[in-house]
Design a protein around this ligand. Sequence first.
Ligand SMILES: [Zn+2]
Length: 354
Amino acid sequence: MDRQSRCFGQYGRPYLVRPVNLPQRNPYEGAPIVLQGNAASYSQPIHQSRRRNSFDSGIQSYYSRPASVMSRTTSVSETIQQEQIQIDLDMSVWDFYDKVRQKTLSCEKMRLNGYPMMGAENVVVIHPTKYEKDKHIWALTDDRECLRCHKMFSFHDMQGCDSHVHVTNQMPISVKSEFVETPPALSKHDPRSNKVYAVDCEMVYTMNGLELARFTMTNFNDEVELDLYVKPAGAILDLNTQHSGITMLDLEKTVETLETCRHQLFQFINSETILVGHSLESDLKALRLVHPNVVDTAIIFAENGRKQRLCHLSEHFLRRTIQLPGDGHNSKEDSQTTYNLLKYFISKQLFSSS
Ligand SMILES: [Zn+2]
């Protein structure tokens, strides 16, 4: 135990964390590196951490730990540092990719969780989730049910919302033709194939439903590969700035469109690339993208099928407070957080199998 410290895993079971002074290797280069996003960047002032309410009752019971256990938990910075280094132990780019690949969703799980999939004659199919079984994903007319007040409204008459303005996440049936598949690998040596990226999108409400307004993709080292503001194609109903963090100025300044965004994305990924996200189906729907290799942190951290919010998982496992009320979401922060949750999960799994 002199070179090992005790930490606590996802389900409250104690497990051992390897010593922190072992060589670090970048899974993308195979050479020693200094990891970005070091412990200091995760430290939160106590008063800030306390601004968010404690977990809801579900997550409280799910992740609750005895007080005696909490008191023995290592400090925030120590825990994060240990977890990140644990991930790098004796792990090549292929090992990391293979570990993550084991957590990719099966076709059936993708279908049940509402991921866009390519159906017959290259027409996208989105299966309603258990929460959407009475909803229509595709709209055949201009009539919609408002997500906020649940009244039916028409784009010809937007008056009468009980809560701000009417909004919808239903897509016109014509949007089906906007969906594309991620291109395949050019060869077995395609350098995009063995990569794992985290992605997160911010969306705004338009007449086309939820449309992409910001796209961020980060890598293993918390580095931003892409961070683009994107002009939506449809008329904007609500920027939803409180949650999306998107302002009109952001959209006025950018020249990017969905097509240019995807074009840049495909410089980094092919169909073999693993994309990680939290409820990634929403992001892929906004990207109008069918991608076969996905890891969903909302699913791998779910208990009894119950998904938890990213901010709760972050606070609990990473001791990092994100998405504070009034701050809106930040796709860069959310993307990095998602990747770190995946690394946390993999590091735990590594130890369990060793
Ligand atoms: Zn309404």
